[in-house]
Design a protein around this ligand. Structure first.
Ligand code: PGA
Length: 258
């Protein structure tokens, strides 16, 4: 399975020149990995997409959006359609990030609509799922992750699943307020649950790529990416500068396993 590494810039204030330079440095630093087919995507604030796509189109790095509306177009003040984002250079769309679920009240129905739209419009879709609490017991974890997955994928065309990336992102392990990724045992349990639910509900286990996100850094990336069923990583803070992202990818793919 092709390895996948993504980064979400969230609402960081980066100017257009810095954003272009980020991609130039990233593409240079990842040269041989990109040549080997490693799939890398960057989700900047949407206003940066046109400037960044001038650089990205000369590389295999994909650009995407952190948010969009599920309707084709219309009276939805302040929203962006998939068509607008495609025109701006996005080929990846993210759905279900914990910050959108919690801070913007995005529920399962909204997430399902958005995911259907993204896949129908030919995008790669990144679906984030994850339990809210660190103390979630194993049986409950299974229920929560399976329920999020099944409701998000309701009505999805099976042929589109090869453009789906599931990001397992436990809410409690995300962002700077906490300092730890999920322990490897939890990542392993969740990967088994997600792979099992994909098989049971969609007859597909392996065409969907599964990545882990939540405080990924240089010291934990290798261990996490080595978990059975995990194909890559979704990196926030540790990829704020391109050198950080390059180091995490390099270590994850090549570094000694400790
Ligand atoms: P973090 O962000 O790596 O800074 O925890 C991950 C995410 O929100 O996707």
């Amino acid at each position: 399975m092709q390895a996948v590494f993504g980064t979400n810039w969230k609402m960081r204030n980066v100017d257009q020149r810095e954003a272009q330079q980020y991609l130039i440095t990233l593409a240079d630093g990842l040269g041989s990995f990109l040549d080997d087919g490693v799939h890398v995507f960057v989700l900047p604030p949407a206003t940066l997409l046109p400037a960044m796509s001038e650089v990205a189109r000369k590389t295999s790095i994909q650009l995407g959006a952190q948010n969009f509306h599920w309707e084709e177009e219309g009276e939805f003040t302040g929203e962006l359609s998939t068509e607008l984002l495609k025109d701006a250079g996005a080929t990846v769309l993210m759905v279900g990030h914990a910050e959108r679920r919690v801070l913007f009240n995005e529920n399962d129905e909204v997430i399902n609509r958005k995911l259907l739209r993204a896949l129908e419009e030919g995008f790669h879709a990144v679906l984030c799922i994850g339990e809210a609490d660190r103390s979630t017991p194993e049986a409950r974890l299974k229920e929560e992750l399976s329920a999020q997955l099944v409701s998000a994928l309701r009505g999805v065309n099976k042929a589109d699943l090869n453009r789906l990336i599931v990001a397992y992102e436990p809410h409690w392990a995300i962002g700077r307020r906490v300092d730890a990724a999920a322990p490897v045992t939890r990542v392993r349990q969740s990967a088994e649950v997600i792979r099992g639910a994909l098989k049971a509900n969609f007859g597909t286990e392996n065409s969907v790529r599964l990545i882990y996100g939540g405080n990924v850094n240089l010291s934990n990336c290798r261990e996490i990416v080595s978990v059975n069923g995990i194909d890559g990583l979704f990196v926030g803070g540790a990829a704020a500068d391109p050198a950080g992202f390059i180091s995490v990818i390099g270590r994850a793919l090549d570094g000694p396993s400790d």
